[in-house]
Design a protein around this ligand. Structure first.
Ligand SMILES: [Zn+2]
Ligand SMILES: [Zn+2]
Length: 419
């Protein structure tokens, strides 16, 4: 087996990894670099974006743009594999982007939809083969729903590719049990390292939900700014609202995403069951939101939690409650988007939030902390090495985990021959 990380050895985002066995190429993720980051240049990858692709396949760990955003750069005959629910969510969320694409983006949009229609889906634990390469997808917990780790076997080598994951989500408890069954005799782990520079432990999603419930009990008009595709956060807010005796309000797009997840997963857990009503904002002819009189009365009487996104239409809704002492805005996203020192700082978002200087920060990371990584490495005990990816601090791995297994630092594009 040969491993090439084409991009992602020293940055968060833009990930592309290649596993090669006897000429069969299994690519993992084809992501965009993070916004505001200096581009590392165009991707030209033999067997993926150019050249002979007859023995190539592309496996996507999850639908975040830093893992799938460059999908259209793969040659059109490269088969794409993705989790079943994730594929549906991504098809729904990318379809929504159509109206905001520039005229030359429409063609791309059509290509993307076509590509997604042709994509193959898989389920957790389903064994897949690509030539001599065997892949077992393991469902893990991340801020994207239906995200995967992969156990990859070829030429006598066993590799665990972690993808983005965390140990403090609702479904994280299953990870050690799953690894105990599927990730035995691992030679190498290619591991994400988003948070290896931080020593603090992450708050759990359960604890965050509890805090939201307390907040909603105190305050009646609650607006939560969060990512629409952070599905577990959406369900957490939904439950927190009803536990606090409030109603849950969102737009029809957010409701569609939640319904996709409910349709696939409510049979397994009540968490994804939507027993109480989701109140949906109506849209006028110009696309702006309005409240039917009945809904507005109910919102004022019962109190509510509304999921919002950063656009003028939502901020107009929030503004209708300006001056109401019960109005509370929660920022439930990564702090980097509003940190002037961050390359991903979003000026528009900062300006919108500047109207609400008393907003509350209520968030927990989608990525694992150092303690969780250490636990995983100690459990899996990779015999030959740990290879960092998806991190700005690959050198920290040696200090943190060097005594558990050798740390192998690769450069973008360098090929490592497993032995
Ligand atoms: Zn991610
Ligand atoms: Zn990522």
């Amino acid at each position: 087996m040969e491993i090439t990380i084409h991009r992602g050895t020293n940055q968060i985002g833009g990930c592309v990894t290649e596993i090669n066995q006897d000429g069969y190429k299994l690519f993992i993720d084809l992501g965009e670099e993070l916004p505001g980051k200096e581009s590392s240049g165009e991707l030209a990858i033999e067997g993926l974006t150019k050249g002979d692709t007859s023995k190539s396949a592309l496996f996507i760990t999850h639908y975040h743009a830093d893992h799938i955003g460059k999908l259209l750069e793969a040659q059109s005959d490269v088969p794409v594999y993705m989790g079943e629910t994730a594929l549906e969510i991504y098809s729904c969320s990318s379809a929504r982007l159509r109206p905001i694409l520039q005229p030359d983006g429409i063609a791309n949009f059509m290509h993307l939809q076509e590509r997604l229609q042709k994509a193959n889906s898989f389920k957790a634990g389903q064994i897949l083969y690509w030539g001599p390469i065997r892949v077992t997808p393991l469902m893990i917990d991340h801020s994207a729903f239906d995200a995967y780790m992969f156990v990859i076997e070829a030429g006598g080598t066993r590799l665990l590719y972690t993808g983005d994951f965390r140990g403090h989500g609702f479904r994280s408890k299953a990870i050690p049990k799953m690894l105990a069954v599927y990730a035995k005799n691992i030679d190498y782990v290619i591991s994400e390292g988003t948070n290896v520079y931080r020593t603090t432990k992450n708050e759990s999603e359960q604890s965050l939900q509890h805090r939201f419930t307390e907040e909603f009990r105190r305050s009646k008009c609650n607006f939560v700014l969060t990512a629409s595709t952070n599905i577990d956060r959406a369900f957490s807010l939904y439950h927190a609202a009803y536990q606090a005796g409030r109603i849950f309000v969102c737009d029809s797009y957010q409701e569609s995403l939640m319904k996709i997840v409910a349709s696939h997963h409510e049979a397994y857990t009540n968490f994804y069951k939507m027993r109480q009503t989701v109140y949906v904002l109506k849209r006028g002819k110009d696309g702006s939101f309005y409240f039917p009189e009945k809904l507005l009365r109910l919102m004022k009487w019962k109190g509510f939690c509304m999921m919002i996104r950063d656009n003028a239409k939502f901020w107009n809704v929030v503004a209708k409650f300006d001056g109401d002492s019960e109005q509370t805005i929660y920022y439930s996203l990564w702090k980097g988007y509003i940190d002037p020192d961050s390359s991903a700082c979003n000026e528009k978002l900062c300006n919108a939030l500047a109207h609400y200087p008393d907003y509350k920060y209520m968030h927990t990371s989608g990525h694992c902390d150092i303690q969780t990584l250490e636990k995983l490495f100690r459990q899996v005990k990779p015999r030959k090495g740990i290879i960092p990816i998806h991190t700005e601090h690959p050198d920290r791995f040696e200090t943190l985990f060097g005594e558990i297994a050798p740390v192998i630092l690769l450069r973008d594009g360098e090929t490592y021959k497993c032995h």
